[in-house]
Design a protein around this ligand. Structure first.
Ligand code: ZN
Length: 372
């Protein structure tokens, strides 16, 4: 049975919540019918005409792209304009489009974490625009018969996620007491009699954005007429999202060795760098894609080197003057690593949901540059 685009969008939004996108960005479901049934979704960094050709040839119903196709407001959709033509063709061939851009950059486990992991950079924290996700603790008292159902409902609605772990709850046994008053229709006990019943106190953490949904689902799955639960705001930030990352190598390496490592790990044809090739690098800042604007932040963090793409000439001159080493490993090269990782994570989510959906990784070369 094919799957609704809506359900794939939901899986994507769990991986990269849209509220983490920068204000100037345009992310989410951009083109198509959210209720359309599809059996293949394809991941790419960027939508091009060749990527659309590939999607048509492979019978893909949804393209998931990192770069948004619709970025600035559009006034018309015409075949004679490059963006217009792509939008037109996607609609013509009933191919939906979903984009996860700066939300996928900022989220824990997103573009920058994948880049840091590939380079074996440890103890990373965000480089810029750090956002602390506000969390709540939800405590609910459940009879034994409904423990699994209530847990499942709360986790499905977005509770109980810590890092890469789902279904994180804690439960203790106890005795609940209550006296059903006149006009009630109790699940357990009789009107006017104090009832003592074994219950489980279940605790779960919930991000602020999911709190209403989790409480609603919990009440739906709970058998009691009046559900007893507490919502407590937490002061300990559980997740820190943000643009770019700062971290450390276990052992220092020379700038030259780091360039070689990047070339090898990212499979790039060429790398540009600024600084003494023998400079020892241990603390490093990085930002996949076009991160030239964060050189100052990397300097402020005391980084020996900053890795990104699209570095401008004058920014390189500035870095040389301040002493921070720079590596321009390419916009596309520092970001395309996310595609395979995203495919793997979506595949896991598809299996967990038992969806009948194939996740493909685009094989089209989208690099506009050639190197001589
Ligand atoms: Zn990019």
């Amino acid at each position: 049975m094919p799957e609704r685009i809506k359900n794939i969008v939901q899986m994507m939004e769990e991986i990269a919540p849209p509220y983490l996108a920068e204000e100037w960005d345009n992310v989410g479901f951009q083109i198509g019918d959210i209720n359309q049934l599809i059996d293949k979704a394809m991941i790419c960094l960027e939508v091009t005409d060749a990527v659309i050709d590939e999607a048509i040839a492979k019978g893909v119903g949804l393209i998931i792209s990192h770069h948004p196709l619709i970025f600035r407001p559009i006034r018309n959709i015409r075949m004679q304009d490059p963006t217009g033509k792509m939008i037109f063709r996607l609609i013509q061939h009933r191919i939906g489009l979903y984009c996860a851009h700066t939300n996928l950059d900022s989220v824990l486990g997103g573009v920058n974490d994948v880049l840091a992991t590939i380079l074996e950079i440890k103890d990373t924290i965000p480089l810029n625009n750090t956002r602390f996700e506000k969390y709540f603790k939800l405590i609910v008292f459940v009879p034994h018969s409904h423990v699994e159902g209530v847990r499942d409902a709360m986790c499905r609605a977005g509770g109980g996620h810590i890092g890469n772990y789902s279904h994180c709850t804690f439960q203790t046994e106890g005795i609940g007491t209550f006296k059903p008053l006149e006009g009630t229709n109790p699940f357990i006990g009789k009107q006017g009699v104090i009832e003592k019943t074994p219950e489980v106190r279940m605790e779960i953490i919930v991000p602020k954005e999911k709190l209403d949904a989790v409480v609603q689902e919990m009440i739906q799955a709970h058998p009691y007429e009046e559900v007893a639960y507490d919502v407590i705001p937490l002061d300990n930030a559980v997740n820190r999202h943000g643009l770019g990352r700062v971290g450390k190598f276990k052992k220092p390496l020379s700038l030259f060795q780091l360039c070689q490592k990047l070339k090898e790990k990212l499979g790039t044809a060429s790398i540009k760098f600024v600084g003494d090739p023998d400079k020892q690098v241990q603390k490093v800042g990085l930002c996949g894609g076009s991160g030239g604007e964060f050189i100052q932040e990397a300097l402020n963090c005391g980084c020996d080197c900053y890795i990104t793409g699209d570095i401008k000439y004058h920014d390189a001159q500035y870095a040389l003057h301040t002493g921070i080493a720079l590596i321009d490993a390419g916009h596309l090269e520092t970001e395309q690593i996310i595609c395979a990782d995203l495919a793997r994570r979506l595949e896991e989510a598809v299996q967990a949901h038992r969806y009948d959906l194939q996740i493909l990784l685009s094989q089209t070369n989208i690099n506009p540059f050639q190197v001589l």
